[in-house]
Write a protein that binds this ligand. Structure first.
Ligand code: BEZ
Length: 210
């Protein structure tokens, strides 16, 4: 069965454009974004990897390590990196896993045979410092992902981990958040001494904690 939210993200050792990594060791103490793209030297993937490289400082500010993957070789990733630089203005600045035998892809359920037998779909896995899976999303090959949305989700996940708040529909950085239902009013009073807007007993709104 495919990995599900709350599961331990499987460990693996793989060759990357930045040398061999053992995943859990490589990400130790950090959040991680592990994402697959279908194929090197393809148009949508070229734009995605360039944009992700431009977000390097944003990911670093959130203590997130990024790693890409496809069922191409590390040599192909390196050659394609030149095209990414030529067209997107930046080299990929994160490791890209070469997975020609689809070992990691199969471990994470990144190949959906009814979409393609050989190419990974556009998977994104956000994994916490505890190595548990916090988010997974899947896009088809024809739709480029929104990596600003990945950052937004990371912000939400980190607020939940640190402050026990959830984020409402279409939440953006700096907007009000919601005290998670598992927090009692007693605990909420300790965590949020300035109080909250109780719109319903289960809908307690507070300014975003810093
Ligand atoms: C693309 O990146 O444009 C792409 C990759 C695989 C299949 C279709 C499109």
């Amino acid at each position: 069965m495919a990995i599900q939210l709350g599961d331990v993200a499987p460990n693996f050792t793989a060759d990357t454009t930045e040398g061999s990594i053992e995943f859990h060791k490589w990400k130790e103490g950090s959040w991680a974004v592990l994402f697959s793209h279908p194929k090197d030297f393809t148009p949508v993937c070229t734009t995605e990897l360039g944009y992700t490289a431009k977000l390097r400082d944003e990911f670093a500010a959130r203590n997130v390590k990024v790693v890409g993957l496809s069922c191409d070789s590390v040599e192909d990733h390196r050659a394609w990196s030149e095209d990414i630089r030529d067209t997107q203005g930046i080299y990929p600045n994160f490791p890209m896993i070469g997975d020609p035998d689809a070992e990691v892809a199969n471990l994470y359920g990144m190949i959906h045979p009814n979409a393609s037998d050989t190419m990974t779909v556009r998977s994104v896995f956000v994994i916490g410092p505890d190595n548990l899976l916090k988010l997974s999303i899947t896009y088809p090959a024809s739709t480029g992902r929104n990596f600003d949305e990945v950052l937004r989700v990371v912000d939400s996940l980190q607020l939940t981990a640190k402050h026990k708040v959830a984020t409402p529909v279409n939440w953006k950085q700096g907007e009000d958040v919601i005290i998670v239902p598992a927090v009692s009013n007693e605990e909420a009073a300790e965590r949020f001494p300035d109080g909250w807007d109780e719109q319903k007993p289960y809908l307690r709104v507070v300014p975003q904690p810093s």
